[in-house]
Structure formats: structure tokens, C-alpha cells
Ligand binder design. Sequence first.
Ligand SMILES: *Cc1c(COP(=O)(O)O)cnc(C)c1O
Length: 454
Amino acid sequence: MTPLRINLEQEDIPTHWYNIVADLANPPAPPLGPDGNPVPPEAMGAIFPGPILEQEMSAERWIAIPEEVRQIYALWRPAPLCRALRLEQALGTPAKIFYKYEGVSPAGSHKPNSAVPQAYFNKIAGTKRLTTETGAGQWGSSIAFAGQMFGLPVRVYMVKVSYEQKPFRRSMMQTWGAEVFASPSNLTNAGRAALAADPDNQGSLGLAISEAVEEAAADPGTCYTLGSVLNHVLLHQSVIGLEAKKQFDKIGLYPDVIFGPCGGGSSFGGIAFPFLADKAAGDKRATNLRCVAVEPTSCPTLTKGHYAYDYGDVSGYTPIMKMYTLGHDFMPPGIHAGGLRYHGDSPLVSQLLHEGRIEALAVPQIATFEAGVQFAQAEGIIPAPESCHAIRAAIDEALKCKITGEAKTILFSLTGHGHFDMASYDKYFSGKLEDYDYPEAAIAESLKHLPKVG
Ligand SMILES: *Cc1c(COP(=O)(O)O)cnc(C)c1O
């Protein structure tokens, strides 16, 4: 029988995370402060604990995963690698399609892979409380769960429009004991300023970051956590690709192409980087491997952004980082893949794209839901709208194989289930979902506000 679900044992949960910084041709560009100089680690010590900062700056190839973290990972890891045989048959493609399914975690996505170690390292460093922001609620629920595992109180600033539209993500966070506030809130200067300018401000991820960072910076016992973008988050997510490699070894296959949805880049880095390590090590199987980050055409950071220094948030509280960006004050259209509405991207993913080691692709919203429904009808799992971007790309690649007759092995990252996103599916079914034009003018305007460097 064709292996359809390639399982591993609990002892196969990786013992070390993989850090791609060790395999970069050029060192990463350092984050810069307001004076244009690299930010010293101490300066970030106000919002991040020591062990996380060490990982953020590390160039070590392998970093040990604490046993306490592996114990929590074991609640859902190793995550399954599945062959989408019924989808292949529906498409009539000679390609083999595999997906790594991260929706089996308690929060329903890949995000707890980093939330758990972030909570753990904060706990051992003596942090008393965590703050964070959340857009659609995926990261907020992951850090609420992780905080609960280690007895750390969590405060979440949730983008107001999601707070109102996604009450069940909020209830999930509350179930795991977190406090949740709609952002902009009255609790911070950033929030109060936004409300003073516009009492109906619906919030944005960049603004919620400003609130969570401001609170952490002001209180010595409070630290901030971020669910994507930063090096340590991509490091933690490498468990995805490390497991997938073991699973492919088990069946004697190797992917020709990997697709992952890309918002801040953490799940894409997580699945792709361990395979890029093979390439760096001269593994023949990886010579022609393509890794493709898939993003929405309405928030086309990697495909239309500038590779430049920019802030991570709207208010300019964060250090500036070299990354692909649409400008920190760009407000993306209200697409339903909330996790992909970010103006910037991971500096590591950005650098690899800039150096030509990975590729990027943008896909329109309606086509992603078409792909998600086709996938659900063949394979059963209802994907998160973010994940639908990778599915669209994987299906298109499989359809190309049908024309060329190539029996490629395609891997994509199924980053989460869509059980909390059914309102978006409803919109799709009722024909109310829109394809937004590429917001060229708005992007051009916000790119004028990039910080000047050097
Ligand atoms: C947050 C999220 C993403 C995008 O975030 P990355 O850091 O780019 O991985 C993708 N899929 C799901 C299900 C998410 O929750």
C-alpha cells in the first residue's frame, strides 16, 4: 500500500533546532537603532530575556531543544507528513504531493512550535509576565497556551477588527488564562494616540506590536514575544523541516519543490531551511531543490517590496531591520488570511531571496479559497486561509507536471486548520469574497517613508 501518512515516534522529535545563519554566504545585516548603529543586545534586554537574545544573535548551526520543551512538543509532535494521493488523482497529475500538517497542535497551527520555547526561556530567565500582539488570533492563542504550560501570565493586544470578528479565538485565549484587549487600547501611549486621532481606529498588527512592546519596555518583569519574523522564531520552527526530512527518508523520497505560505516567514523558514542545509552541505538530492514562499497579491512583500531597512511596527518603536518591506505604514487590504497581512518579512527569508537561494510567488485571494476547497474535498482537512496560498501553488505546480509529464515530488506546508475561519469560507461560497488589485499607489506612498540609513 502507498504510504499515505508517514508517522514518527516520540523519540524522533528533534533534539536540536537548525540555525541557517551558520550556512549563509554573507553574515546577516544587523538590526540598527535610531542613531544608525547596530543595536547592542543589552538594549533589547528590556523586552527579551537573555536566552532568546542569544538565539537571536547566534551563528551556531545546532541549538539544543530543552527536554521541558520536547515534553510539551510531544503533546502533538512529531506532526504527520501525508501524501495527498486523492488530490493527485483528482488533478490527474503524475506529481506526488505531500503536506506537512501543523494543524494538529492545540492552537491549530505551527505557531506553538515557537510559543512553547519562548514561554520556557522567559520562565527560566525569571520573566513574570508576557505581552504580545495578535492579528487573526493564531499567535495570541499559541502564546496563551504556552504561557499556561509554564505558569506565565499572558496579556494579548488583539487587532480590534479581529477582536470583534473572531470572538472564538478570543475565548480560546481566555480558556488558556490570557488577558485579551482590543488594540488600539487605552492602556498604552501608542494606543491612546491612535484613539485620539481616530476613535474608530480598527487597529493593525503594526499598531498592536507598538502597544505590546511599549508595555514590556516600561515594566522590568514583563517581556515581549513575537510570533514570526525574528531569527529565533525561524530557529524554533525548524522542527517542521527536520521532521519532514526524517519522514521522507523513511519512504526513500526527496522533494523537488517546497511551497509554504509566507506572512512573517516563520513557517516557510521552518519547513524550507533544513532542506537548504542539505543543499549547503552538497547533498546531491538537494541540488535542484526549489523553495518557494507564497504570499497574497494584495500584500506582496517579497514580490513587490523593497529590500531595505525598515521598522517592524507602525510607530517606529522597534529597531530597523533589513528586509523586504512595503513600508511600515502600509495598511494591507482586509484579506481573510490575517496571518499574511504584514508589511515586512523575516530578514533571513529576505536575505535568501535577495541572494537567489529561494523564490517568491504571489497569488490572488479567490484562487486560494478555490484551492482550499478542492483540497478539503479530496483530503478532508479544511485548511486555514493562509495555508490555502501554499495549496494554490502546489496545485498549480502539479497541473504543470500534467502537461510536462514530470513526476515531481511536491511538498507544501499545511500550517493550520481553518475551523475558526469558516466565516471567510462563507464569504467565498456566497460570492462576496474580493480579489484586491495590487495596491500600487498605497505601497509607493508608504515606501517614501522608509527610514534613511547611512
Ligand atoms: C500565522 C500563520 C501563517 C503565517 O505566518 P508565518 O510566520 O509566515 O508562518 C501561516 N499559516 C497560519 C495557519 C498562520 O497562523
